[in-house]
Design a binder for this molecule. Structure first.
Ligand code: PLP
Ligand code: TYF
Length: 396
């Protein structure tokens, strides 16, 4: 059966973890994968999550099957985070939300559903994008292309090129957009540019699919939903994948959601029925625990406030690591201006380090980064930042 099976390439990011784990150097630092570590270098268990889990454990709830679309309280919490408490869209029954297995699972059920609607559409992802975007939509059956996004010269978004490209697309093309904290570049569009993207989607009849994996990591829950709110106000139909892997530090619990914005309550009913069919034939219904914990935190004013404060703490610590790294590189006599690192948003920085420099960091210093030069600032801490700055200064 397996004689002709060829070795598949490793995931370029998760594959780095394997190499990192096998490295025996005590000074090693993993700046590869997008995971938030605290100042002790550990993945935090948030206090709000701990509290909600304590209550859940004491209650000993039964473990029956969930509804195909998941936990209704969780799905309502997702809508609240995306659209705010008083949203006309949700009040009008125009949002269908299904709990999903992380942001990845949400993208995949969205992709499978879209493929049933229009298998001939092309999916466009940003250039560059999170590596898995292409793979997920190809696996769903689509042809995947990319639209211009990052301009290495300005270290920002080449909005003119992006807009011109989108204006040339065929109606029905599916556009994957990073709602905030672009992965891998850290370069986001301005509020005004988001408004223009909405108008292009309307004019060209494009299908917008917003990927929200880092809500709260740029400015805060409300401020980071600018793109979602711009599309919500437009009257268009669109898709949103949500991930709570990072914002609740619940990576392995696989907590995400797919939301589909329709044009009416009646349409929502039909869309949900088809989405349930996609889910049923993939994994039947989602797991209970992670969604129940997030739902409990979001439903309790005290726990929600506690969570937003902890999320704010992560955001502030990442910013401190950004400015710390810039200062420390300058203090080591690095001529190149790295101040752009403090302008980028979210967990990542596209440093401009070459693949050779990244390889040297790994081989000589045990510092792991993605070969594109992407580093995860959330993996820096007060104990490793000097070593990382020393090492980067040396390879430069
Ligand atoms: N989308 C983007 C842009 C991401 O960076 C990630 C990272 O993990 C995901 C989606 C997937 O999220 P999850 O880990 O919840 O599947
Ligand atoms: O970009 C990252 O590092 C995170 C984590 O297949 C990740 O989004 C990376 C690769 C992957 C799944 C998650």
């Amino acid at each position: 059966i397996f004689a002709a099976v060829e070795m598949a390439p490793r995931d370029p990011i998760l594959g780095l973890n394997e190499a990192f784990n096998a490295d025996t150097r005590s000074t090693k630092v993993n700046l590869g994968v997008g995971v938030y570590y605290n100042d002790e270098g550990k993945i935090p268990l948030l206090a709000a999550v701990k509290e909600a889990e304590k209550v859940r454990l004491a209650a000993q709830p039964p473990r029956g099957y969930q509804a195909i679309e998941g936990n209704p309280a969780y799905n309502a919490g997702v809508q609240n985070l995306l659209f705010g408490a008083e949203s006309e869209l949700t009040a009008a029954g125009r949002v269908v939300t299904a709990q999903a297995l992380g942001g990845t699972g949400a993208l995949r059920i969205g992709g499978d559903f879209l493929y049933r609607l229009n298998p001939n559409a092309t999916v466009y992802i940003s250039n560059p994008s999170w590596e898995n975007h292409r793979a997920i939509f190809e696996a769903a059956g689509f042809k995947v292309g990319d639209y211009p996004y990052y301009d290495a010269a300005t270290r920002g978004v080449d909005f003119a090129a992006m807009k011109a490209f989108l204006l040339g697309l065929e109606a029905g093309s599916i556009i994957i957009l990073h709602a905030c904290c672009h992965n891998p570049t850290g370069a986001d569009m301005s509020d005004a540019q988001w408004g223009e993207v909405v108008e292009v989607c309307r004019e060209r009849g494009l299908v917008p699919f917003l990927d929200m994996a880092y809500q709260g990591f740029a400015e805060g829950i409300d401020a980071d939903s600018v793109a979602v709110k711009a599309f919500a106000a437009s009257g268009l139909q669109f898709f949103i994948s949500s991930s709570f892997s990072k914002s609740f530090s619940l990576y392995g619990e696989r907590v995400g959601a797919l939301s589909i914005i329709t044009s009416s309550k009646e349409e929502s009913g039909r869309v949900l029925s088809q989405l349930k069919r996609v889910i049923r034939t993939n994994y039947s219904n989602p797991p209970i625990h992670g969604g129940a914990v997030v739902a409990a935190v979001l439903a309790s004013p005290e726990l929600r406030a506690m969570w937003e404060e902890e999320l704010g703490g992560m955001r502030v610590r990442i910013r401190a690591m950004r400015s710390g790294l810039v200062e420390k590189l300058a203090a080591r006599g690095v001529a190149q201006d790295f101040s752009f690192v403090t302008q980028q948003r979210g967990m990542f920085s596209y440093t401009g380090l070459t693949a050779e420099q990244v390889e040297k960091l790994r081989a000589e210093y045990g510092i792991y980064a993605v070969s594109t030069g992407r580093i995860c600032l959330a993996a820096l801490n007060i104990n490793n930042i000097d070593y990382v700055a020393d090492s980067i200064a040396k390879v430069l």
